[in-house]
Design a protein around this ligand. Structure first.
Ligand SMILES: Nc1ncnc2c1ncn2[C@@H]1O[C@H](COP(=O)(O)OP(=O)(O)OP(=O)(O)O)[C@@H](O)[C@H]1O
Ligand SMILES: [Mg+2]
Ligand SMILES: [Zn+2]
Length: 311
């Protein structure tokens, strides 16, 4: 027994002693002790994520690993608002890492706006056994779990409330047999709602990557995401700017469609890395629409790949 465990035992005993005169308090103390013991047990048995990432999780928010998941690195992909290409960046990172020989999965945590399956041309039926569901496999061997493949029809809107939706994220972690993965990318819904909060609290994230586009009030949005991560003790691995520029189809010249980007200044101010500036490329959209997003080679994400491989 280490010092912490000894102290916890003593605290528990003192609590029970104090409560012994009052049966209601005694029952409450028992319940709390049982809960604490259960959280302790889960903390000790969980093995996915790095040790550092696991140690950041508050015992009150810990959730169980699936016994058939062995995930080395968990990376969150976030954005300030919708439509900046977060899912596309998530899929592109997954494809590049897979191409480099890593075992890769994507948890589509954008429960109400799932878009990952479509980019890979994936459709239902998820199968499972007594240990949980199996993720779907893309043609380039990326494991995917998404609300989209669980719904009866892909057009069914998800109209649940925040806490229920956040519960799905926990299920995507605990009830899915991810198998052996080097990297699990979590595509979060835009903003700072229940889902990112739950993921930040309960998943052993190595860190997050923030995706922005030049149309956004970049510095404000990046700072907001950065602050949320700071508050929850999650490292910001860097920022990716999508729709950064366009290559002229005639001469290949770089055109800054939205004016000069200020991402470098913002990143420098916060002391975070710029992990890529992606061009607006119609072929990316065509491949994603056709369910073959992995046919696009998004070379602008090379430094993001290096960063992930150095974790
Ligand atoms: N750099 C790019 N060049 C061309 N098309 C792109 C690029 N990035 C994303 N797209 C396309 O734009 C569309 C929207 O992208 P995506 O679904 O990734 O956005 P998102 O930020 O995840 O949106 P949401 O917030 O709704 O989840 C997709 O069809 C995608 O293929
Ligand atoms: Mg998306
Ligand atoms: Zn030109």
């Amino acid at each position: 027994m280490n010092e912490d465990e000894k102290q916890a035992k003593i605290d528990g005993a003192v609590e029970r002693l104090r409560a012994s005169q009052d049966p209601e308090k005694a029952a409450e103390a028992e319940r709390l002790a049982a809960e604490r013991a259960e959280h302790d047990r889960i903390m000790k048995s969980n093995a996915s994520g790095t040790e550092t990432a696991r140690s950041r999780i508050n015992p009150d928010f810990v959730i169980s690993d699936n016994p058939n998941s062995h995930i080395r690195h968990v990376i969150g992909i976030v954005s300030g608002k919708g439509g900046v290409g977060k899912s596309f960046v998530t899929a592109s990172l997954a494809n590049l890492m897979r191409k480099n020989g890593h075992g890769v999965g994507i948890m589509d945590a954008d429960i109400t706006g799932p878009s990952i399956p479509k980019m890979y041309g994936l459709h239902g039926d998820v199968i499972g056994d007594e240990f949980g569901s199996f993720p779907m496999q893309t043609d380039n061997d990326v494991e995917v779990m998404s609300m989209n493949v669980l719904l009866d029809t892909e057009e069914t809107p998800v109209i649940w409330r925040g806490p229920v939706i956040a519960g799905v994220v926990k299920q995507f972690w605990t009830d899915v047999q991810w198998g052996d993965l080097d990297y699990l990318f979590v595509d979060m819904p835009p903003g700072t709602g229940d889902v990112p909060l739950t993921a930040f609290q309960s998943l052993p994230l190595d860190g997050i990557i923030i995706v922005t586009s030049p149309q956004e009030l970049v510095s404000l949005i990046v700072k907001k995401a950065y602050n949320m991560a700071q508050m929850m003790n999650i490292p910001v691995l860097g920022v990716v700017e999508n729709y950064s520029y366009m290559n002229c189809p005639h001469c290949g010249e770089k055109i800054s469609v939205f004016g000069e980007s200020s991402i470098d200044e913002t990143a420098a101010e916060l002391g975070i890395d710029v992990l890529g500036k992606l061009p607006m490329d119609p072929s990316y959209a065509t491949n994603a629409d056709n369910g073959v997003c992995y046919m696009s080679e998004v070379t602008a994400l090379d430094s993001a790949v290096k960063k992930l491989e150095s974790l």
